[in-house]
Write a new protein. Sequence first.
Length: 220
Amino acid sequence: MHHALFALQLTLRVACLATLIALIIGVGLAYVLNRRAFPGRDWLDALCTLPLVMPPTVLGYYLIVIIGRNGVLGAWLKETWGISLMFTWQGAVLAASVVAFPLVFTSARAALEGVDHDLENAARTLGVSEAGVFFRVSFPLALRSILAGTMLAFARAMGEFGATLMVAGNLPGRTQTLSLAVYSAVQAGEDTLANNLVLVISALCVLILVVTGKLVKPKT
């Protein structure tokens, strides 16, 4: 039971941090891709959407290549700062944020495309800076759709399994999230524990979907 409670607490922590990372980067990139034309924009757009269709285990492998002890970034972090993200809850956050990112990005991209450019241009003629146009005009008008995508990203991060398993491992009391705890319980034949964990995850996901549905429902 102690490990199950830890898995729940860790899952919520990982999902919240991963969603925050995905929100900041996803909305920023969506705005840039919507408002700027530059060489390779279509390739960057495809790269941002790629985790949505790529198997999580493949994403986990790419993350190992990048942040593993012998990886491009991982070796530098280890040698320079003594930091290793492998088999840590921080690694789980990174894996979950990569998997959840496209849900925020695609919703933000679609929402920002629907913002009336005339309103943005009117703000510019009044002397509002580009940052001001984004935070005072574009972002508020697209907020409902962005929040809906963010809620879905949170649910995706909460249920992440493949990439998290490869990067953070399945260490009870250290890196074991709820989805990994369900897997371990089934493997160990602990059906009662598995059923309880599944009910918790299912209830959280239903709640998120209900809230998301209310966010995307047009105001009457």
